[in-house]
Design a binder for this molecule. Sequence first.
Ligand code: SAM
Length: 269
Amino acid sequence: MDDPWGDHTEEYDKAYSEMTTKYSSDVMEEVERFQVNKVLDIGCGTGAFALLSAAKYNTVATDISPGMIRKVTQKAKELNLPLEAFVCDAQTLDKLQDGSFDAAVSVFALFLVPDKSAALKSAFRVLRQGGILAMVSFNADTDVQNQIVEIATYIQFYMGKDPSKYPDQADIPKNPCMFENTLVELVIETGFFAAQVVKENHDLVFDNGQEAINFFISSPFCIGRIAELGKDKVTDLLVLKFADMGFKDNFWNTPVVLATHALLLLATK
Ligand SMILES: C[S@@+](CC[C@H](N)C(=O)[O-])C[C@H]1O[C@@H](n2cnc3c(N)ncnc32)[C@H](O)[C@@H]1O
């Protein structure tokens, strides 16, 4: 089975877990304000949130990627934490019963889900009355848009294409992140109420351009492309993208700061 995320769990963990753990701690602070016992992590990845949650609550971790589920299960074992983890599509959450959770959490997964409305409806279904939804999502409404997803989208766009023909920026597909209003509207349409959005940013700071390139080179977004195009071509594409975002002079020798601008959405059923 094609498992683009699950084939690179080590690289994902190395590249992203520090950043997603910071956001997961923000979510945990919010969740702790409520009377919560049973918690669901949707699109758990390598477990940035699920592992924090398993230390406090009865936690179920789900992801569409079998590799991610294997990795989070292994990490929970190593940490001696009780965690139930299995493959489950966010769009259906078909293995989960109606009204069975006090909190449904999802950290940086919604932007990858094609049918976002179906994902929210499923989260609504599995929550009990009065249960809370806490979701971290990249914010499309930032000055340079979301730089990370923009770079990732840019790289993915080249899959199977001739890398010598760099298309116009205008040809690149739209950033799949959501604007705050769209996200809140969708959540309210689903039936949730009292939606509140907290804006968070945790910068990714690299000592120099080479470190920034290494980060993306080792992320699941790019690894497939490296196998296909070679490391040099992917590096070229990344440097072009960084230049387009304004990182031009002295790129290789100066610190690179990438904002991750996220929306932390809280809503109740
Ligand atoms: C960027 S990672 C975030 C992982 C983790 N929540 C974190 O904060 O580190 C996105 C995750 O969403 C998962 N995913 C993508 N589409 C999904 C879907 N339809 N249902 C469930 N999980 C999905 C991927 O397999 C991946 O593990």
